[in-house]
Each structure stands twice: as structure tokens, then as C-alpha cells.
Design a protein around this ligand. Sequence first.
Ligand code: AMP
Ligand code: ZN
Length: 480
Amino acid sequence: MVKVREVFEKIMKNLKFYNTLSRELEEFKAIEPPLVGLYTCGPTVYNYAHLGNLRTYLFEDWLKRVLLYADYEVKHIMNVTDVGHLVGDGDLGEDKMELGSAREGRSAWEIADYYWQAFRDDLKMLNIAEPTQWAKVTDNIPEQIELIKLLEKKGFTYLTPDGLYFDTVKFPDYNKLSHLHLEDLIEGARVEKNIAKKNPTDFALWKFSPAGKKRQMEWKSPWGLGFPGWHIECSAIALKYLGQNQDIHCGGIDHINVHHTNEIAQSEAATGKKFFNYWLHGAFLNIVGGKKMAKSAGNFLTLKNSLIEKKINPLAFRLAAASVHYRKPMEYSEASLRQAENTWRNLLRQVAALPETPGKINSAWQESFFQAIADDLNLPQALAVTQDLLKSNLTEADKLATVLDFDRVLGFSLAKAKELADREISLEELAPEIKELVLAREQARTNHDFTTSDRLREELRQRGYAVEDLKGGVKIITLD
Ligand code: AMP
Ligand code: ZN
């Protein structure tokens, strides 16, 4: 039998990730193993996170858990964008924080704190571990000013009436992440008309407060009163907290062509060193019809309005996201969430049926699981291995030990299976008004009146009961 430790060492060497820089699946090599420096672009805290954002944070959480599982120590930094992200992601338009403040009649500082806390609540409900270090942009203004001063000293900047800009033509490798021809990048950047820019791809490092208007968030700088451009925050924060250990940087694919491209340009121009070795990007969560879910598009679903209020456990979303590889688009539908919740509850039931005391982790099963997650985080395959394990003829106690070990990566709260697994309840045990709803729904189904039966199912859910239709009748489950 292979020793567990040997398996870890083998896999530690065998982790492969798709690197956007090379557009290839690459073997992962940490700069200073066992330490890994991980940077994930954090939320812009002017509104709740939507399920698309959360899909990206889930992918990053699995990445971190896989690294930890392979025995790395992860130093994870996440910024909190509480100033400087302008509408349209460019250098013009209003600051999203000031917009949030106007919308809600609260100060930009209050808005930032409120939505950051709401984001942390979301993470908790999804079993996403917090970073080693949170870094608010407003807590790191001097670091950003210092970095801009260095860029100015090295001749990469120029002044315009609205701010200090980075001259992208002076950084020859500007397209190394996007792999786009300059003409394509220019085309993308042209959407925003800023006539003072020398080149369409240039971007603001420091923006001046508008004349005649007092901003809530503004700071003095060598160039004038104002606030940092959106991209400089991540460079300054990553350089401050990770120093030389710049192993992996992540975000959603929307960040490749502009935000991450600009982060690389300004960081490498300033330090003369490679910024990050691995760039990993998660695909979008789309709404039906392939449209990206976006805060600005107003089509966004939150954990609260799409799961909690519908009494769907947030971990159903975690399971739904695990069922699609992170580099493939995922389509949102309420039906798929409900399906995922059933799968998650089935998993809980299977684990809850195992004996109380775990036996030994089985290394052969562990290796199959490792192979899946080491292959560019193949979570769908890891889920399949988990299902196969539960169906296998391994002893029940060893099954429990092994599945709990897998859950260090999966994060489905399987250790609490007994407590979380739904409880089936008989018609007789139900309160009379609930029983009536169940019977009315049965009647509607018999009459093929599915509109009514769906409405009643929803009502039952709101009251804390799920109904599953079986061949010979219904199964009623208490959700709370
Ligand atoms: P933001 O709060 O807008 O700065 O975005 C936070 C994270 O969510 C970033 O990594 C984005 O790339 C990512 N993101 C934004 N929209 C989506 C989406 N529809 N699906 C997946 N990830 C997204
Ligand atoms: Zn960033």
C-alpha cells in the first residue's frame, strides 16, 4: 500500500493548472515551496455580490483548498475595492462607491463597510475560507502613491487634465496576457473616449477630484487631490503583502484584457521583475441566453434572493458550481439549483448513514481523487470519484474517513452530515395546514394542473418543507 505521505509528495509535484499567460496546462512550481503566494481580486463593495462573482470566489476557494490538500502553505491576499472603480471599468465616469452612496443615502464609507460585511457573510454561507489578509484599497493609499512615484521616476507616466496616466507604448510586452494584437486591444479600449490619452490602451494611475465637486473619498498626492486608478490597487497590495512570492493570481475572465493586463504592465515596469508566474481565470456564470450576469446590467441574482429566500441551502450553489469545470461557462437556472440541492442532500444522506467513527483514509481512492483535482481542478471528476467511493465495497468506516478527507477540498460540510441531512417526515406528523397544502398539491398533480402544483410546492418551501415526487407518492422533507 502506498503511504499517504508519498501520495501527497507525488501530487504536490503533479499539480497542473491552465496558465492564461502561456495558454497551456502547466505543472505548478512554487517559488519557495511549501509556501504559495496567492492573490485574488476582491469585490467592489458598492452592492451585494451576485452569483457570478461568487462562482469566481468558489473556484478560487477550490484552488486554495487543493493547494492546502497537497500540503502547501497558502498566503492568500484579497483586496477590497472600496474606492476608484469607475463605471464602465475604464477611466471615465462616476466612482461606483459614490454611486452606491447616492443610491442609498449613506456615506461611501458606510456603503463600503456594509457590503464588505455582506460579502463576508456570503463567503461563510458558501464555506469559502477568508483570505489570510484582507486589504482595503483605502488602507493602502500611501503604498499606491509610492508605486506611482516609482513609475513616474522611470518615465512611464504622463499628465492629462484629469489625472496621471500610464503610457502603455513604453511597456513593450503589454499584450503578453491577453495575447491580443495591439489593434484588437485598441479596438476594445476605444469604446471609452478620453481624448487626453496618448494611446487608447493607456490607463489612469491617479485621477484628480473633479473641479467644483467634493468627493467623499479623496487624498493628497504629489500630482494633486484625487484618488487611485482602479488597477494600481492590486499591484501595490500584491507587492506589499506577497513580496517575491508571487505565485498565482486569479480572477474572472473579464479581467484578462484590461485589469490584469494593466496590473502586469505597471508592476513589471516598476520592479523590472515578473509579476506573477501563474494567472488563472474562471469562466462566467451566465443567465439563460448566454448573457453575463453583471451588477451594472441589473440582472443580478444574489445568494439571498436566489437561494436563501427560496429556502435553498447556499451549499446547493457550491455543488452546482462544482459540477461545471471552472473554465467552462455555467448557466444559471433555478431548476439546476434545485437539482444541485437534491444531489447535495443525497450526498449528506449517504454520509449520514455511515457509522459514527471513521476508520482509515484509503490511499487508492485518495489517489484517484487527487488525480482529478490535480488536473486543473477537475471538480466534476472529483465529484464522480466521491460518488463512486460511496457506492464501493470499501468498509463503511474507511469510506467515512476517506469521504471526510475529500471534503477538505469539496467543502460540502460532510462532517455535519447527520445534523444537516434532511429529515423525512410523514403526512401524519405534519401540522394540519401543511398537510392540507401537500394534499392540495397532490390533487393538482392528479388534475395535471402543474401551475398550481408548482405554486404549492413553492409555498411549502417557504414554510420549510420540500416535496420530492416518488413513483408511489411523495416524500416530505423538513428543511430547517
Ligand atoms: P467585481 O466585484 O465586479 O470587481 O468582480 C469580482 C469578481 O467576480 C472578479 O473576479 C470578476 O472577474 C468576477 N465576475 C464578474 N462577473 C462575473 C460572472 N458573471 N461570472 C463569473 N465571474 C464574474
Ligand atoms: Zn485586481
